[in-house]
Design a protein around this ligand. Sequence first.
Ligand code: R5P
Length: 294
Amino acid sequence: MSFSIFSLYQHPLSVLIAERFKTRLSVCTQHVFPDGETLIKIDETISDRKVVLIDSLDNTNQKLLPLLFLARTVKDLGASEVGLLAPYLGYMRQDKQFHAGEGLTSKYFAEIISRHFDWMITVDPHLHRYHDLSDIYTIHSLVVHAATAIAEWIDKNVENPVLIGPDSESEQWVKDIAQQINAPYFILEKERYSDETVKVNLPNVDRYKNHSPVLIDDIISSGHTLQEAVHQVNAHQMRKPVCVAVHPVFAGDAYERLLASPIDRMVSCNTIPHESNAIDVSELLIQALKRVYS
Ligand code: R5P
């Protein structure tokens, strides 16, 4: 299996993945001109090579254009194909026209990515109103589920857990994790009134008073969903919850606010580099890459 790996934003997973495939990371430089425009330069021969770009698409608006330039440069220099391994895929939550006059950005974003890459691997994209990435992506895409890695971590680190999903769409992964470690789970009812205002309702939790609550969400962005769930867990006299995120986006001061709230611990998967990373998904991505190149 021979291919070149680039990571324009030095994602730590790219190092782990390159090591496992006994290859080194290929080097590219991004020159930023005084006016903010960028130029990508590749100092090695990639003619006829298969190329994988490994970078997460958080802060997408800033990252995307240089990444597309890299993909295009690689193709111009003769690469036979270019795949995108994006542990976190942005823009998946804008999956419907929520208000009159709005654009469907998930679809526009998918069209752009599909035009520039030959295939894609990602971890738990936010599939809520879409059932499959192929609903909007036209390239072959492979989805990796972090559930196994999260289940292993909970099993090793939390005694007598009860898993909690903050909203209906979280049931897909919370249920899966609960089944893997044979733990009980329940799902909260969420209503979002704005970016910043979220309300969740807890069912009767009397039987879980001696359990360790584990709140699991796919994306923590503003942190308001999780903060409100933490508030309700505490208001119902449960123990302080362990909080787990697949994708630690943590916009603004979300992480600091969560740490200041009554939680036991905040941990995340390493899809986006962050100090809360405790759950490694590299092996899952390596297996996915093997499947792409088998
Ligand atoms: C929403 O449907 C997702 O699963 C998360 O619950 C949501 O993205 C969290 O957003 P925030 O941290 O801004 O409340």
